[in-house]
Design a protein around this ligand. Structure first.
Ligand SMILES: CC(C)(COP(=O)(O)OP(=O)(O)OC[C@H]1O[C@@H](n2cnc3c(N)ncnc32)[C@H](O)[C@@H]1OP(=O)(O)O)[C@@H](O)C(=O)NCCC(=O)NCCS
Length: 242
């Protein structure tokens, strides 16, 4: 137990160091940007000056958000684990440490990312982080927790606050398994998708449903609940829509 607490303390120190780097590096270009803005205009009228300072500051905050998203996604692009199928690793392994670093970088970015979903900005962020995202796909969540293990095909929708986890810790080991949403499928608001799940073409996961690990949802079906069960078969759905 003593060894665990020591490890936890060392881990906390490492996390703080990661935050200093992830939040601090994008501040450097932001400070230069703010300095440049304040140099190009000044007024002797204090109200005009105050208004300009306010707008410069808010522009700099937006600039900082973009810098953070870019820096964070590039770090993850370099560090993320490269896994194509279900894989199991000991907790004390180089792969687990790499994944944990990426996880911490993701957590440090989520407070900013949540203001950019759904948009081309967040889709681009997820793509650089390693996710495969198709065309005309709307991702309205900042909780794709393991982007490098997630593939979302064309025309899909992910509802607000949905959570995707490509990993889980089981029996003292860490398991990674890719998640695949096929074309036209929808994951409802607040739903949870666990590792190794495949969601078939045009299938729907009801809001707040939980899809347990390694489950395959057949195409055109509607599933919901905790854990999710079938709500509408594809034939029932066809009848309702005809
Ligand atoms: C599941 C869903 C597709 C069903 O919608 P629908 O086809 O209009 O069907 P109904 O509302 O008539 O409900 C059909 C059955 O599903 C059940 N149901 C509805 N929503 C459910 C949910 N979130 N979880 C579990 N069961 C649900 C209903 O109780 C009903 O059961 P019953 O037949 O035993 O009475 C819809 O409720 C849903 O969750 N859509 C996701 C929307 C979303 O989050 N979009 C994200 C972008 S905003």
């Amino acid at each position: 137990m003593k060894a665990f607490y020591l490890l936890q303390t060392l881990g906390t120190v490492a996390v703080i160091l990661v935050m200093i780097i992830v939040w601090g590096v994008p501040l450097a270009p932001t400070l230069l940007f703010y300095e440049w803005l304040t140099e190009i205009f000044s007024s002797s009228n204090k109200w005009v000056d105050a208004l300009y300072t306010g707008l410069s500051l808010s522009s700099s905050v937006i600039f900082y958000c973009f810098s953070l998203l870019l820096f964070s996604s590039l770090l993850q692009f370099v560090l993320h684990i490269r896994i194509k199928e279900k894989s199991v690793f000991p907790l004390a392994s180089f792969t687990t440490i790499r994944w944990a670093f990426c996880g911490q970088i993701i957590r440090a970015t989520q407070p900013i990312l949540q203001h950019f979903v759904p948009s081309f900005v967040s889709n681009l962020y997820y793509r650089i982080c390693g996710a495969k995202i198709g065309k005309k796909t709307q991702i309205n969540t900042h909780r794709l927790n393991d982007p490098c293990l997630i593939r979302i095909d064309d025309g899909c929708v992910v509802g607000g606050g949905a959570t995707f986890n490509g990993h889980l810790v089981e029996k003292g080991e860490i398991v990674f398994a890719p998640i695949h949403m096929k074309a036209g499928s929808l994951v409802g608001a607040g739903a949870t998708v666990q590792p190794g799940v495949t969601i078939g073409e045009n299938a729907v996961i009801a809001s707040h449903g939980l899809i347990p690990k390694y489950r395959t949802i057949p195409q055109n079906e509607v599933w919901g609940g905790l854990p999710a069960r079938i709500i509408q078969s594809s034939s029932e759905r066809r009848e309702m829509n005809s």
